[in-house]
Design a protein around this ligand. Structure first.
Ligand SMILES: C[S@@+](CC[C@H](N)C(=O)[O-])C[C@H]1O[C@@H](n2cnc3c(N)ncnc32)[C@H](O)[C@@H]1O
Length: 353
C-alpha cells in the first residue's frame, strides 16, 4: 500500500469568478455548498493522524470561505503546512495578503486565467485582470511561496509563452502547467474533445518547449494527461531529465485524498460527481480509514477507475509512469481512435525483454 501524500479539502463551491471551462461548473458555484468548520477541523485532525505534512485548501474559491482564517490557524496549530489553490485576486489588497501571511500560509498555487484584460474577462466573465497583476506583484514581495498555474486548452495553447512573460514581469518565476480536462458528461452535458484538438495542444507545447524552458529558466512542471506515446520521445526525455514532467496523478497512483464540502471522499478534484465514501460515516480516523481504503469494494472501484485503456499498455515500458493517461480522455474518444489517427505509437514503447 502506498502512503497518502497529498490531500485537498474542498471548502466551498462559491467563487468570485465564473470560468467557462471550470470542472466545478456542475455545482453552479452555489454558496450553500460550504464545508462546516467543525467537519473541516475533524478532517484536518484525521490528516494529522495519517502523517500528512501539508493540507491544500481548494474550492470554489477558498478566499471566499467565511471561516478561512479560523481553518488556517487550526491547521498551523497542528504543525502542518497550508497551501491555497486560488485565483488570487483578493491578494491585490496588501492588507489581506499580510493577514494570511501572518497566519502562516506556506504555499499559493495561483491560477492564471488570462494573458490580457480581454482574455481574462472572456475566460472568467469578470474584469479582474488588473487585480490579478497586482496580486502577483504583492505575492512576489511576500514570504509565501507562490507558483503560477495555467490550464492549457485548445483556445490558449499558443499563448503559453505570453503567460510566462506576463507572470515573470510581476516577479513570479515558478510555473505549473496542466491540460484542460472535461468530465462534463458526468453532469449530463454532451461535449466532445476530439483527438485532433488534443494532438494540436500536444504539438503546440512541443513546438514551444525550448522557449518555455528558456523563459522559465527550466523552472516549470507540466502535468500531462495523455498516454505518453502521444509525445515526441525526445521532448519527454528532456523534460524527465530536468524533472519538468508529471506523467501520472494521485488518482492513478492512489496517493491522494480529496474531500468535498459535505465530507464525501471523491476520486479527483475534477470528478466531484463520484462519491467513494463519507467522513464520519464510512471512516472517522486512520484505523477505520485504512480498513475502508483496503476493502474489496474500494479495490474494485479503483481497479475500474485506474484500468489501462488498452491491453497493449500493459506491455509498455512506460506503464508505471503513464498509467494510460487521464480518465477524462476516454469520455471523448477511445484508444483505437488515437491509434487510427496516428496520434500514438505504443508499439515503439513495448518492452521487448
Ligand atoms: C476549480 S479551481 C478552484 C480553486 C480556485 N478558484 C482557482 O481558480 O484556482 C482549481 C484549479 O483547477 C483548475 N481547473 C478548473 N477547471 C479545469 C478543467 N476543466 N481542467 C483542468 N483544470 C481545471 C483551475 O484553473 C484551478 O487551477
Amino acid at each position: 500500500m502506498k502512503k497518502i501524500q497529498n490531500v485537498w479539502l474542498t471548502i466551498n463551491r462559491n467563487c468570485n469568478l465564473r470560468c467557462k471551462w471550470c470542472y466545478a461548473k456542475g455545482k453552479k458555484f452555489d454558496y450553500r455548498f460550504s464545508m462546516d468548520i467543525n467537519l473541516a477541523k475533524n478532517i484536518v485532525e484525521f490528516f494529522k493522524e495519517l502523517g500528512i505534512e501539508e493540507v491544500a485548501l481548494i474550492g470554489g474559491e477558498p478566499t471566499c470561505y467565511h471561516e478561512l482564517e479560523n481553518l488556517i490557524q487550526y491547521i498551523k496549530n497542528k504543525n502542518m503546512k497550508v497551501c491555497l489553490i486560488t485565483n488570487g485576486i483578493l491578494f491585490s489588497d496588501p492588507r489581506y495578503l499580510s493577514k494570511l501571511e501572518k497566519l502562516g500560509v506556506d504555499d499559493i498555487n495561483f491560477s492564471i486565467k488570462g494573458w490580457s484584460r480581454e482574455s481574462y474577462k472572456n475566460n472568467t466573465g469578470v474584469d479582474s485582470y488588473n487585480q490579478m497583476l497586482e496580486a502577483l506583484k504583492n505575492l512576489s514581495k511576500s514570504k509565501i511561496n507562490t507558483m503560477a498555474s495555467f490550464v492549457i486548452s485548445d483556445e490558449n495553447c499558443e499563448k503559453i509563452t505570453d503567460v510566462i512573460e506576463l507572470v515573470t514581469s510581476c516577479g513570479i518565476d515558478n510555473f505549473f502547467f496542466s491540460f484542460e480536462n472535461d468530465f462534463s458528461v458526468l453532469d449530463g452535458i454532451e461535449k466532445t474533445y476530439d483527438v485532433k484538438t488534443l494532438m494540436k495542444i500536444v504539438k503546440s507545447f512541443e513546438n514551444q518547449y525550448s522557449k518555455i524552458d528558456e523563459l522559465t529558466k527550466g523552472n516549470f512542471t507540466l502535468h500531462q494527461t495523455l498516454p505518453l506515446c502521444a509525445w515526441n520521445e525526445e521532448i519527454i526525455n528532456k523534460m524527465r531529465k530536468q524533472d519538468q514532467i508529471q506523467t501520472s496523478c494521485m488518482l492513478l497512483q492512489r496517493t491522494g485524498l480529496v474531500f468535498d464540502t459535505d465530507g464525501s471522499l471523491i476520486p479527483c478534484n475534477s470528478i466531484h460527481q463520484v462519491k467513494l465514501g463519507t467522513f464520519n460515516k464510512d471512516f472517522k480516523d486512520s484505523e477505520t480509514f485504512y480498513q475502508y481504503w483496503e476493502s474489496d469494494s474500494m479495490m474494485k472501484i479503483y481497479n475500474k477507475l485506474c484500468a489501462l485503456p488498452d491491453d497493449i499498455c500493459s506491455k509498455c515500458k512506460d506503464d508505471t509512469v503513464c498509467g494510460g493517461g487521464c480518465l477524462s480522455n476516454w469520455y471523448h474518444f477511445n484508444f483505437n481512435e488515437l491509434l487510427d489517427s496516428n496520434a500514438i505509437h505504443p508499439n515503439d514503447k513495448i518492452d521487448k525483454n
